[in-house]
Design a protein around this ligand. Structure first.
Ligand SMILES: NC(=O)c1ccc[n+]([C@@H]2O[C@H](COP(=O)([O-])OP(=O)(O)OC[C@H]3O[C@@H](n4cnc5c(N)ncnc54)[C@H](O)[C@@H]3O)[C@@H](O)[C@H]2O)c1
Length: 412
């Protein structure tokens, strides 16, 4: 499929150098319809991630790529702190009023534990920065946002799988920053319904990496999430002789906590579908109860997997003989966080197709090629494709959700 002759749409991706941001940029660039502008303060990211994503996009260009296609493969990268309105404004000024089509706002702090110790830091960085960003967007007539939210907004949910209509009752300051940011967006869309439109994407547990092994999750310090922790154990960066599993007496099939893991590339595709749904002819807001064009969608597979299932899948992918010990429950852990993704499937055409085996294989491919994360030098990638990718929304019959086994590590 060839690219359209329409000019590129400029889209800002905040947190573009991070784990999810880099995969979102990859998906946007793959369409050759967007000009990506990344904003990141590199608090939890390596600038090399952006070089690697751009390399993927360049390698996929056909030999006879047009000037516009070549431009779509380059990222405008701004080192900018979103808690500093002056810095945000300086970025927008470069593109002028109306110069940015929309924003995918991914940047945030995400460590649940840290948020309980440093709540003000989290409210300033996750809520304050979102308000500043929206203010500057308004000044520059940029009024479309896709927002990175999280399943933590549900706290301990009363119904599994979790529909979007579930009351929002986050337990941690981190989770509350997501609830608050959603409220800010919804209020803004209600105040100026003809101007603003926003979609909040509530991620469940993203995992894996791009299949090339060029980009992936490169946490600073000890990984806070289960899968990267297992990858670091297998590569020898975490030298614990065993994994501590917090509790095996939860009401789940094997007693350990259950989470809904989805491949990070599938998650990234959800952002493209959400951006498509912010266009003028979109119908996703037709069912909103008020004129406010705001909606939230769960992005998950709708299939829960237990800690022990994850350990077993990583053993198969890495060949590493994980030892684990069941210790007592950890305060704040929720037994089961499995999404009901039916709304996103129906309205956005979202579907997280890739299975656990693929997530673990891709994670291990990334980790083994990059034992030191982005500080590892690796040879240039082989060209991947010659045609731009178009993700058509898919409509699938919704499979019955079987409650399968649960989490150990507190996830964002
Ligand atoms: N990874 C998960 O498991 C998960 C789950 C649910 C939701 N989320 C949400 O997804 C988003 C991205 O998560 P991730 O895993 O990619 O994390 P990440 O830390 O890899 O990426 C976040 C990026 O934002 C940047 N950033 C943070 N504060 C900033 C600021 N003030 N100004 C500019 N840049 C800033 C960081 O440097 C980093 O590159 C976050 O909003 C997180 O809350 C993540």
């Amino acid at each position: 499929m060839s690219t359209t002759s329409e000019p590129l749409k400029r889209v800002i991706v905040t947190g573009g150098a991070g784990y999810i941001g880099s995969h979102v940029i990859y998906i946007l660039q793959e369409t050759r319809r967007y000009k990506v502008i990344s904003i990141d303060n590199l608090h939890n990211a390596h600038p090399k991630s952006l070089d690697r994503v751009a390399q993927l996009a360049r390698d996929a260009l056909p030999k006879d790529a047009t000037k516009q296609e070549k431009e779509s493969a380059e990222i405008d990268a701004h080192t900018c702190d979103l808690t500093r309105p002056d810095e945000i404004r300086r970025v927008f000024e470069q593109y002028g009023k109306g110069g940015i089509w929309g924003v995918v706002h991914i940047a945030a702090y995400k460590a649940v534990g840290e948020s309980t110790e440093r709540p003000l830091l989290y409210y300033a960085n996750n809520v304050g920065a979102t308000v500043s960003l929206l203010q500057v967007m308004s000044e520059f007539d940029c009024t479309r946002m896709v927002y990175s939210s999280s399943a933590t907004v549900y706290g301990t949910p009363p119904i599994i799988p979790i529909p979007e209509s579930t009351r929002l009752q986050a337990d941690s300051p981190y989770g509350k920053t997501k609830v608050m940011s959603e409220a800010v967006l919804e209020d803004l869309c209600a105040a100026e319904p003809n101007k603003w439109r926003a979609l909040s994407l509530r991620y469940f547990n993203p995992a894996g990496a791009h299949a090339s092994g060029l980009i992936g999750e490169d946490p600073r310090g000890r990984p806070g999430n289960l899968l990267p922790l297992l990858a670091h154990m297998a590569i020898g960066r975490v030298k614990d002789d065993k994994l501590c599993v917090f509790g095996n007496d939860y009401p789940t099939p094997d007693g350990t906590c259950v989470r809904d893991y989805l491949h990070v590339v599938d998650l990234a595709k959800g952002h493209l579908l959400a951006l498509n749904a912010l266009t003028d002819n979109s119908e996703v807001f037709d069912s909103c109860p008020t004129p406010a064009r705001f909606k939230a969608y769960n992005l998950g597979k709708g299939k829960g997997l237990s800690v022990l299932q994850i350990v077993e899948a990583m053993r198969k992918a890495t060949g590493f003989d994980y030892k684990y010990e069941i210790i007592g429950r950890r305060r704040g852990d929720v037994p089961d966080l499995t999404a009901d993704p039916a709304l996103a499937e129906k309205e956005l055409g979202f579907h997280a197709d890739q299975d656990l085996e693929t997530m673990c294989r891709d994670l291990w491919n990334w980790q083994s090629k990059n034992p030191n994360g982005y500080d590892t030098e690796i040879p240039p990638a082989q060209p991947l494709a010659t045609t731009p990718q178009v993700y058509e929304p898919k409509t699938h019959p919704i499979p019955p959700v079987t409650a399968v086994p649960a989490t150990v590590i507190t996830t964002a």
